[in-house]
Write a protein that binds this ligand. Structure first.
Ligand SMILES: NC(=O)c1ccc[n+]([C@@H]2O[C@H](COP(=O)([O-])OP(=O)(O)OC[C@H]3O[C@@H](n4cnc5c(N)ncnc54)[C@H](O)[C@@H]3O)[C@@H](O)[C@H]2O)c1
Length: 262
């Protein structure tokens, strides 16, 4: 497919995991990609991978929780690639697993990177997109924003992101900008949470698979494919939607159904 020929995209947290897979997927369909990450080295590696396929990419260092850094990031991305057509708001992290262990600093960090960064990045790309009357924004949510599965501050922030995306869709849809959300289930990445869980239990993904009606947890590529759909013209009538990509985890309660049916 070549849905993103002559399109430019900025992916936050593009150096690893879902962000990396999204950069590679959109580039494979023709996009020129700004790979933004707080850690520049992994972003540079992604750029190398993209360059090896003959596509264009640039690595940009930025902490997306910082307003000035985000403004500079968008300006640098546009200087390198031209006006931005697509923003993928992906960077996020969580560490506090329970309410008891959620300190004020955890609350601030998790809300900042999940919600404030989304607000900052979207606000920064909006003027250009509005001027051109065209743009697409995809935010990465989580099943944590839908049902409680641990990490309370992160979950509350992800739930907030759902409403922020709806607000964007309603206020900026008339200006030619579509905003949507992809909400992944458990995705096999090396983020901090999964690394800690893997250290505790190397079989964690296999154990979790039984909760998933499709019999497995997800891959970064599963999410990248959903992002690519929402970012493309195939989704030109999709605005303000939450696309849940969780193998059916939140469709119901499988173990409950098994119990009740005997
Ligand atoms: N992995 C999962 O199971 C899962 C499930 C649901 C939702 N998600 C969401 O998907 C997204 C990506 O998760 P992942 O598992 O790929 O994470 P990851 O840790 O593998 O990658 C995230 C990247 O974001 C970067 N980053 C973190 N904070 C940043 C900041 N302030 N500024 C700039 N870059 C920053 C990191 O350096 C890293 O390269 C997140 O929004 C996460 O909440 C992940």
């Amino acid at each position: 497919m070549s849905r993103f020929i002559a399109r430019t995209v900025l992916v936050t947290g593009g150096g690893r995991g879902i962000g990396r897979a999204t950069c590679l997927r959109l580039a494979s369909e023709g996009a020129a990609v700004a790979v933004a990450d707080r850690d520049i080295e992994p972003a540079r590696e992604v750029v190398k991978e993209i360059a090896a396929t003959g596509r264009t990419a640039v690595a940009l260092q930025a902490d997306v929780t910082q307003a000035q850094a985000v403004r500079t990031l968008v300006a640098d991305a546009e200087k390198a690639l031209g006006p931005l057509h697509i923003l993928v708001n992906n960077a996020a992290a969580t560490s506090a697993t329970t309410i008891e262990t959620t300190g004020e600093a955890d609350w601030d960090v998790e809300f900042d990177v999940t919600l404030r960064a989304a607000y900052l990045c979207m606000k920064a790309v909006l003027p250009g997109m509005v001027e051109r009357g065209k743009g697409t924004i995809v935010a990465i949510g989580s099943v944590n924003g839908r049902v409680y599965v641990g990490n309370p501050a992160y979950s509350a922030a992800k739930a907030g992101l759902v409403m922020w995306v709806k607000a964007m869709a309603v206020e900026y849809g008339p200006k030619g900008i579509r905003t949507n959300l992809v909400s992944p289930g458990s995705i096999r990445t090396e983020n901090r949470s999964w690394t800690e869980r893997m250290e505790r239990d190397p079989q964690i993904f296999e154990k979790l698979a039984r909760w998933y009606p499709v019999g497995r947890v997800g891959t970064p590529e599963d999410i990248a494919a959903a992002v690519a759909y929402l970012a493309s013209d195939d989704a030109s009538f999709v605005n303000g939607a939450e696309l849940v990509v969780d193998g059916g985890l939140t469709a119901g309660m499988g173990p409950f159904v098994q119990e009740i049916n005997g």
